[in-house]
Ligand binder design. Structure first.
Ligand SMILES: [Zn+2]
Length: 313
């Protein structure tokens, strides 16, 4: 059993050199966006396409590798937009506003600000299994931003492009954050007496060359090809069909993610490992994570479609 764990961690060590992960990796976000887009009503799809076409990074980033035909092109742009909030983390046009003394770069046309908004990607519900003192995240975070963005996404008035309330600017954020909170480790931070500052959603739990957060981010695979997405989405939808009442409240999505973190993520006990002595996960852990991820991705896709179909109808 021990050998299996070691084998799995050396495999993940190999994989981790091929691509660094940021929040559900690109594959996870693209799958959620694809499942959602294919469930939009024709009218809503047309409105969504129009918003995406007006985004300041439409030509530069959303159309990269997009097919030529207009229908496939619009779908590809919507899918690419879901990854944009992660792309700007490494984009020199933007800056990290959470750093002390950070100074904003030049404001470019079409953007309300040039901040990376890295805290919008998660909501740290505190988890304290050994009674450690919990920490609390202050807004802006995933919950405050989802609750702000969802009521604004259907705004029909011509909002100035420099307004932070412009749906053109908010749509990629909605696609992205809605997806992120369906990754259980975007809904939790675990505080232990041995780790009183918290584990940053599993980023400070060492399981080999990767950390726990990154294992879950990439639990839907690392393949951005259309063939992989089509097969994955078809399998996910068949395994986890849409229910009529799927819930449209962000606080509920996050509460589910937190419950899953307790029941299915932190199943290895109150250990954190260290870089030098990473912890060994129980056998079958990664296979189970892949299953949970598949279900969360299907549900996130249905929910994103439901929100857009309601707000943009
Ligand atoms: Zn993210």
């Amino acid at each position: 059993m021990r050998t299996l764990g070691l084998l799995a961690s050396s495999l993940s060590l190999l994989l981790s050199f091929t691509a660094p992960a940021l929040a559900w990796n690109a594959t996870g976000h693209r799958l959620i966006a694809a499942i959602a887009y294919d469930r939009l009503t024709p009218k809503v799809r047309a409105r969504v396409d129009a918003l995406i076409r007006r985004h300041p990074d439409y030509e530069k980033l959303f159309l990269r590798d997009a097919p030529a035909g207009p229908i496939a092109r619009a779908r590809a742009a919507f899918i690419a937009a879901s990854v944009w909030p992660d792309q700007i983390k490494g984009d020199p046009r933007f800056y990290d506003e959470t750093r002390p003394n950070a100074s904003p770069p030049q404001l470019l046309p079409g953007f309300p600000d040039m901040a990376r908004h890295t805290t919008w990607h998660y909501y740290d519900t505190p988890y304290t299994p050994d009674g450690a003192e919990p920490g609390h995240q202050t807004p802006p975070h995933a919950l405050s931003e989802l609750n702000r963005i969802i009521p604004l996404i259907g705004t029909k008035a011509d909002v100035p492009s420099t307004s932070a309330s412009n749906p053109v600017y908010l749509l990629p954020w909605l696609e992205h954050i809605e997806g992120d909170v369906h990754q259980p480790l975007h809904c939790v931070t675990r505080f232990l007496k041995s780790q009183p500052k918290g584990d940053a959603g599993g980023n400070n739990v060492y399981i080999g060359a990767r950390n726990l957060h990154s294992l879950w981010d990439s639990a839907a695979g690392r393949d951005d090809s259309e063939a992989y997405a089509a097969k994955y989405a078809a399998d996910a939808v068949e395994a986890y069909p849409a229910k009529r009442h799927i819930g449209k409240k962000p606080a509920q999505w996050i509460a589910e993610g937190f419950q899953l973190a307790v029941s299915d993520v932190y199943t290895f006990g109150n250990e954190t490992g260290t870089r030098d002595h990473p912890l060994a996960l129980p056998p079958g852990y990664e296979a189970h994570a892949a299953k949970v991820a598949q279900q969360r991705i299907a549900i996130a896709g249905y929910r994103l479609a439901a929100v857009l179909n309601e707000k943009l109808k």
